[in-house]
Design a protein around this ligand. Sequence first.
Ligand SMILES: CC(=O)SCCNC(=O)CCNC(=O)[C@H](O)C(C)(C)COP(=O)(O)OP(=O)(O)OC[C@H]1O[C@@H](n2cnc3c(N)ncnc32)[C@H](O)[C@@H]1OP(=O)(O)O
Ligand SMILES: CC(=O)C(=O)O
Length: 528
Amino acid sequence: MGDRPALQVYDTTLRDGAQQEGLHLTVQDKIAIARHLDELGVGFIEGGWPGANPRDTEFFAGARDLRLSNAVLTAFGATRKAGGQAHSDPQVRALLDSGAPAITLVAKAHTRHVEQALRTTLPENLAMIRDTVTFLVGEGRRVFLDAEHFFDGYELDRDYALEAVRAAVESGAEVVALCDTNGGMLPARIADVVDDVTRSTGAPLGIHCHNDTGCAVANSLAAVDAGVVQVQGTVNGYGERTGNADLLTIISNLQLKLDRPVVADAQLAAASRISHSISEITNITPYGRQPYVGSSAFAHKAGLHASALKVDPDLYQHADPSSVGNRMRTLVSDMAGRASIELRARELGLDLSGQGEVQSRIVALVKDLELRGWTFDAADASFELLLRREVTGEPISYCDVESWRVIAEARGDGGAVSEATVKLRAGGRRLVATGEGNGPVNALDEGLRTALAGVYPEIDGVELVDYKVRILDSAHGSDAVTRVLIEMADDNQSWTTVGVAANIVEASWMALLDGLTYGLHSAGIPVR
Ligand SMILES: CC(=O)SCCNC(=O)CCNC(=O)[C@H](O)C(C)(C)COP(=O)(O)OP(=O)(O)OC[C@H]1O[C@@H](n2cnc3c(N)ncnc32)[C@H](O)[C@@H]1OP(=O)(O)O
Ligand SMILES: CC(=O)C(=O)O
């Protein structure tokens, strides 16, 4: 570690992350995300571009009341216009008026961009950098410079790219972040260029990478290795096109692999929760295979893996999941062995150690059912019901089903509705209920709930969240079958169940019944 400079972590989720297709943040969303980022312990939060749109201007006004514990709020904007003056440039004034203590200016370091996009001369672009940095520093702000298209510009005209860096630093910029704006770089070249720029200019450098080659995190780490003092990125890798470097992966790698701690251990342990909380705000489904914090990041499906994990989790895991607030999960499928069953059972609070016969029976049952279309790694709740039934010899059952029936009716107005009748016994009573819905599954769900609610009113707290159908090819000469996966949720959790049958409605019924059964069981409702 020696005399290495401290590494600044700079988050641009609220600015570059918000440039992602389909991502839209309100002012309140941005405030909520800023709080999460501060909790994560990043050094800088780039809040947006004040003056570019009313929302970002409003964000900075609202952010004055944000009591950040760790981070410095940063406003993003461009250098003054060509031919103008920094102090009278409305865009530069908006940066000052934002009240942000730090300002990041985007500037051109690429000759073609200067001449064709800015439509100005190479010396004027350098003057735009100098004037704007000098003015903002004179106004008491910390200034960073994002050198846009730096790496492409360096390949085209190295001397000019270096001049742009020098212009910024000599005028008082604290850090010049080299941007791989088009995201086309690979790690080895990033390292060479960072090394050359450092030696040639002596400037404190940062790195800002996009993921168009799938190398944004690797490129960022290569730059850190080559000596940058600031690393930029976004939570969950949000950003323009294929996204920015995922800051959560970068922080985890720095901390756990490279002995460069940049946040406190407790802050890193909040990473998974913060990633998911921010996904809730952005309304973008979390990416299960996201390194470190994804739900699959420490999920193990292969039986051989489970047999080693049972002895020591380190044998098949590169890091301790708890260090990033994640957890190990054992998946059960036709790739499972006895160890997988034992581990999954342990996760569910059942001790099957030393019960090889029970484990083998469950393995055989799972493999047989999966051959016939079931898929238990996608249907955690159906597996748990099967496991408990096999271990105790008794199924978990809240009712005895007498019969169910569904009819579909086309109406004169062109619409179609379904009606279901469900008959069952529960709590010593015979319950008969009907349900109406816009389709047979919806109607069955209504009928089953209404009937069960007569004895288990708690069922109202369980809702059907998602329904997926897949027609499976015929296997082993049998007819094609339908697999239905149903996701349900209550206030505390969500779970998935599976049903498989030749008839789509029957498959749906199986998954529905399992889903409601699991909901009651996991809420601790006793059989009445
Ligand atoms: C690489 C990046 O991601 S940088 C961040 C990019 N983010 C965004 O663009 C989102 C916010 N942007 C906006 O809301 C708008 O583009 C605004 C408000 C900034 C500007 O809007 P407009 O005034 O309508 O200009 P327009 O978007 O068409 O073009 C950008 C202008 O900035 C100029 N410009 C581009 N980069 C710079 C720079 N580094 N310094 C000074 N001016 C610049 C362009 O030459 C162009 O000037 P012109 O108006 O004289 O043609
Ligand atoms: C500044 C910036 O976002 C980029 O060059 O990618």
